[in-house]
Design a protein around this ligand. Sequence first.
Ligand code: ZN
Length: 337
Amino acid sequence: MSGFLEVQSTVVDVEEGDAAHRARREQGGQAWKAVWKARPPAPIVCVECRHPMYAKTSERGLRFFAHAPHAPDCEIARQGESEAHHLLKLELASAARKAGAHAESEVRAPDGSWRADVLASDPAGTWRMALEAQLSPITAAEIVERTERMDAHDVTCCWFSDRPRPPWLGAVPSVRLAAAEGGIAVAEGLVKFAGSAWEPAPQVPVADFLRWVFTCQVFPHLPRVRLRYPQRQLAQVWTALQYIAAEDAYLWREEERQRQAAEQRARFKEKAARRRADIDQRNAASRRAALGRAASAEADARRANLGPAGARFHDQLMRRPGVEQAVAHLAGSTTSP
Ligand SMILES: [Zn+2]
């Protein structure tokens, strides 16, 4: 052969499963022994598509094979998808138990309208919450509809994905998970309010996140202030009450600041209008005074030019083109400033 180890299944071991799972575990176990800590490392390929594969372990030590990125569409890759989905469900159930809840896998609604990947519930039976592992593509509309169907039965819901950019993230209560030291962690969707914007919270193990959710320390929230965020804006996030209060306080301060600025602008405008009116008034008064002085000068001139020669001279003066218009304009402008 080529020296490649051919992998026929992604699964090596699972804690729960049917006969087919167990059969795959047999095969996988043999492959695992050949590659795990082998020196030199054994190159592994998918028996169907010949794409390279990696040997991996999950948070809880489950062993599996995964296609390297950019694998072609092949049956084993698709099966691997369902294995990844299965593993994530196991992780979520385990994290829910660690967070103090009961967790059951594959729970159906009494009327069959939904099926929860993991149904977490309060040991006292006061609440139920579906934990959905969503790795395959789904539209935002579809995920909203599925969430509403569970809501109708008083089952709240949180969606989880470890895909880099699930387009539905934030359309429903949801978080993105990422591998972290010591297990999987919430990498996106959990935020805190800092000063004037939302910021991503530090990564937390998924069990811690679930404990906060189950004990009402974090809630789904529709941010009203933008997210100062490296990735993208999210319509809905998870956050603590204190941060929702901080956003409220910020919005209140911002509103107050804008109201004060508007008031100040109105005061400036009023002051400017008063100054304009003052100037207009002073201008009108000085025009009236000038007209008065001109009229009395003219009367003096008439008195000084008594006699027919003086009257003729005056008539000539007044008949010069433009003089009447000028007098009329000056008179008119006193009545309409
Ligand atoms: Zn393949």
